[in-house]
Write a protein that binds this ligand. Structure first.
Ligand SMILES: [Zn+2]
Length: 260
């Protein structure tokens, strides 16, 4: 069995027969869906997988909850002090981790850290993008630009190639659909879906702007009828609103010189 639960922002809890994979835990939902799921999965091996150190992808609790295997990106290890032996593995793009329950390929991101491809023993594949996306910010402020739009797109396409060298299809994909990109919100997702045959697609990094997301997902459904799109609305997901306040912007941009 596979059950994918959206938690908040880019955090998902993916339950399998014998594991619970928790991705990019930042905040729980208001009804404590993550903590309840962890409790309900007692007896299953718990993993915390953290793609990068940004504040909207990290919660120090991952270092405290016992019995968990922590698979963290190199920058998370360094900047958030999740080092071995607390970290089970510290991952750079190109690294692999394997144990009795899963194999994980750490892949490149267009932002900091890694994206991850998990393959379960029965062959089921689960992709979590972290902040890997075609961040095609057409109206970007000059001082925020790390690379040109062409360079960004080239990097993203190259990352797609890296994944396709491993697999050309994934069963479950969690991928950014970020309304801050305006008209280009679906650009990365469309390129992803054109290149990677995807069973189930879960939008993330949506900043709680579910009306725009639902409109975008409706377009994706038309374009890619073979993929199942799973989008939880604000009420269903019972989440507190997300405000990108000045302090957050400051933290994100100074920490990484980009916006994701
Ligand atoms: Zn982010």
């Amino acid at each position: 069995m596979i059950e994918v639960k959206y938690i908040y922002h880019s955090c998902f809890a993916v339950e399998t027969d014998n594991t619970l994979l928790v991705y990019d835990f930042w905040k729980d939902s208001q009804d404590m869906r993550l903590m309840n799921t962890i409790d309900a999965c007692e007896g299953k091996q718990l993993y915390f997988i953290t793609s990068h150190f940004h504040q909207d992808h990290f919660n120090p609790l991952i270092g405290v909850i016992p019995e968990a295997r922590r698979l963290v990106s190199y920058d998370t290890s360094k900047r958030r002090q999740i080092k071995p032996p607390l970290a089970t593995a510290v991952l750079r793009p190109g690294d692999t981790y394997e144990d009795d329950f899963l194999k994980l390929n750490a892949l490149r991101s267009t932002d900091v850290g890694i994206a991850t491809l998990v393959t379960l023993p029965d062959g089921i594949t689960i992709y979590h993008a972290g902040d890997n996306n075609n961040w095609y910010f057409t109206d970007d402020e000059d001082d925020n630009i790390r690379c040109t739009l062409d360079e960004m797109e080239g990097m993203f396409i190259s990352n797609l190639r890296e994944l396709r060298a491993i697999t050309k299809s994934v069963d479950y994909a969690m991928f950014p659909v970020d309304p801050r990109l305006g008209n280009e919100m679906l650009r990365g997702a469309c390129q992803w879906l054109q290149q990677v045959k995807t069973g189930h697609f879960y939008p993330m990094h949506c900043w709680g702007r579910w009306t725009e997301i639902n409109e975008g997902i409706a377009q994706l459904k038309e374009l890619f009828p073979e993929t199942e799109f799973v989008c939880t609305t604000a009420e269903e997901s019972n989440e507190e609103p997300i405000f990108l306040d000045e302090e957050n912007k400051e933290t994100e941009s100074t920490a990484s010189s980009d916006q994701a």
